[in-house]
Design a protein around this ligand. Structure first.
Ligand SMILES: Nc1ncnc2c1ncn2[C@@H]1O[C@H](COP(=O)(O)OP(=O)(O)OP(=O)(O)O)[C@@H](O)[C@H]1O
Length: 254
């Protein structure tokens, strides 16, 4: 369970998260949606415990994240930040191995090697394992970062716009994979919170949405109920509607 109580985060003069309260349970994909500057990334950072303790409280499975040591936090949530970059010369395998740091602290064991191998397989990176990160395409690099977060083996996976550099096939492949691994009861199931701008993918794959605007929650709940044309149109200040095409929902201009 993630529980957020009266959370206010101020940058400069104004609150970017404004007295926000919210709770949601394990399992499935929770999509954070909303216009640029709504506060989605800030909320993800707050859940990961990366903001200084301020007004309000964020708990992940009963743990007050702003007051928990980094290594402890890193066993509860893995955060993939937006536009994560590496400047060092690293291979894909090296990068994915970083996901295991909180477990081995510099002395990788068999479990660490097994999880890195699984991560490379899960995200179709085996053929790229020895390539330097800075020689990859944007989409390949993005997959390598998601694999690193996955290898951290946390119950919660927080992903900030992981679809940004992906072509349609890789959007579908990644979302299918995340969807499968977030099913309650799946082997090693993860609960996934994901910032998404792709409303079509949100309509198709999210189980739950949290719609944010101006640092507040406009609507949250099961996707099928909360993600309506009315909510989306008000959220993005443009006419949008949810329609069913073949077996899945998608979003089109109203
Ligand atoms: N370090 C900072 N200093 C000042 N303002 C900041 C800082 N970080 C974020 N903000 C402001 O906080 C607000 C929320 O930013 P945030 O990145 O959380 O939004 P977002 O919903 O993730 O946006 P986007 O969809 O564009 O990524 C924005 O107005 C942003 O300019």
């Amino acid at each position: 369970m993630i529980r957020i109580d009266s959370l206010t985060v101020t940058r400069g003069e104004r609150p970017v998260l404004d007295n926000l309260s919210l709770a949601f349970g394990e399992g499935g994909i929770t999509a954070l949606i909303g216009p640029n500057g709504a506060g989605k990334s800030t909320l993800l950072h707050a859940i990961a415990g990366l903001l200084p303790a301020g007004r309000g409280r964020v708990e992940v499975e009963g743990c007050d994240m702003a007051r928990t040591a980094p290594a402890e936090r890193a066993r509860r949530v893995a955060l993939l930040m937006q536009n994560d970059q590496v400047t060092a010369r690293l291979t894909v395998e090296d990068l994915v191995s970083f996901g295991r740091w909180s477990w081995h602290r510099g002395r990788p064991g068999p479990r660490d090697r097994e999880m890195v191998a699984q991560a490379l397989a899960q995200f179709e990176l085996e053929a790229l394992a020895r390539r330097q990160i800075d020689t990859l395409s944007g989409g390949q690099r993005q997959r390598a970062f998601v694999a690193m977060a996955w290898a951290q083996e946390t119950p919660w996976l927080l992903l900030d716009e992981p679809l940004a550099a992906l072509d349609p096939r890789h959007v579908r492949d990644l979302m299918e994979r995340l969807h499968a691994m977030s099913r309650p009861g799946a082997k090693g199931a993860r609960s996934i919170v994901i910032v998404m701008h792709d409303l079509g993918a949100t309509a198709r794959y999210a189980d739950r949405i949290i719609a944010m605007k101006d640092g507040r929650i406009v609507k949250s709940g099961p996707r099928a109920l909360a993600m309506t044309g009315g909510v989306l149109s008000a959220l993005f200040d443009t006419g949008l509607k949810v329609v069913r095409v073949e077996d899945a929902d998608t979003v089109v201009p109203a």
